[in-house]
Design a protein around this ligand. Structure first.
Ligand code: LAC
Length: 308
């Protein structure tokens, strides 16, 4: 039997995830949305693109959770996106209601799956999914750090006129304004970033990356980014389904690591077939550690709004 991956929510992120996954061809894709016809329409459109791109994946659009049964990975993208002027945290009450229901359904039909959460406010939604599904923290993982780091890598690559694939940069912490960039540990072709750019330039690039989501919202006006978030989520699915054991910054519930207990924030993890196979502990400076603790506090505040 072929591997099945489900994508919940057929909006811009969900549809783009389904497309990217279907084009890879290593699994069949179920795209689900409660809006009648939306997932079926997008899935059919993606399916009809596959003879052209050369993939044999089966793509199925549905409104029924029964079709999610047997999924190895479930990518959750449901909920509303922010509009100009909103923070990700402004979405918490609306999206918590949606995510609670989605997770109850996943528990019912695919209790063995690994959940990749994409919905904002990201860290709080991972925390809610852990609460509802009662799954181990290794199996409920949030997408944020890959996206935030990719933005920083893009800006560094542009500034230095090098391939972004030669740029190593990490952004950790919660997926909000308190996210924590680590320029000290960033490098370009193995050369420390701070040997190549002034602190001032690095600070400016970091600030643009931290505000990267808002920059896109401001331009689109009617929604938020979806190409890069979908690419980031799909790279997590790759790592899991292909058992890559890739080191990626992901949102995971910490249990004492970095001096944080019971809060979801982004840290580097080893991602493979079992989900989070290891939480990596970087040596942080005092100020970096402070910033991570502050970010965890911000996540705690958002989680408290949900009454968890
Ligand atoms: C972003 C949103 C989707 O960072 O969280 O673009």
């Amino acid at each position: 039997m072929r591997t099945r991956i489900s994508v919940i929510g057929a909006g811009m992120v969900g549809g783009t995830c389904a497309q990217r996954l279907a084009e890879r061809g290593y699994a069949d894709v179920v795209l689900l949305d409660i809006v009648e016809g939306l997932a079926r329409g997008k899935a059919l459109d993606i399916l009809e693109s596959l003879p052209v791109v050369g993939s044999d994946a089966r793509v199925h659009g549905t409104s029924s959770y029964d079709d999610v049964r047997g999924s190895e990975v479930v990518v959750v993208t449901s909920g509303i996106a922010r509009k100009p002027g909103m923070t990700r945290e402004d979405l918490v009450m609306t999206n918590a209601k949606v995510i609670r229901e989605v997770c109850e359904n996943i528990s019912r039909v695919a209790p063995e799956s690994i959940i990749v959460m994409v919905t904002n406010p990201l860290d709080a939604m991972v925390q809610l999914a852990l609460h509802v599904t009662k799954l181990d923290r290794t199996r409920v993982i949030g997408q944020s750090g890959i996206l935030d780091s990719a933005r920083l890598r893009t800006f560094i690559a542009e500034e230095l006129s090098v391939s972004a694939s030669s740029v190593n940069a990490y952004i950790l912490g919660g997926h909000g304004n308190t996210m924590v960039a680590l320029p000290r540990l960033s490098s370009v072709g193995g050369v420390p970033l701070l040997d190549l750019l002034s602190q001032e330039r690095v600070d400016a690039l970091v600030e643009r990356a931290v505000n990267g989501g808002a920059e896109i919202v401001q331009l689109l006006k009617t929604g938020s980014a979806f190409y890069a978030p979908a690419a980031a989520a799909v790279s997590m699915v790759d790592a899991i389904v292909l058992d890559k054991r890739e080191i990626l910054p992901c949102a995971v519930r910490l249990e004492g690591e970095y001096g944080i207990d019971g809060v979801v924030v982004g840290v580097p993890v080893k991602l493979g077939a079992a989900g989070v196979e290891q939480v990596l502990q970087l040596e942080l400076s005092a100020s970096e550690k402070q910033a991570l603790l502050r970010s965890a506090d911000a996540v705690r505040e958002t989680v408290a709004i949900m009454g968890l």
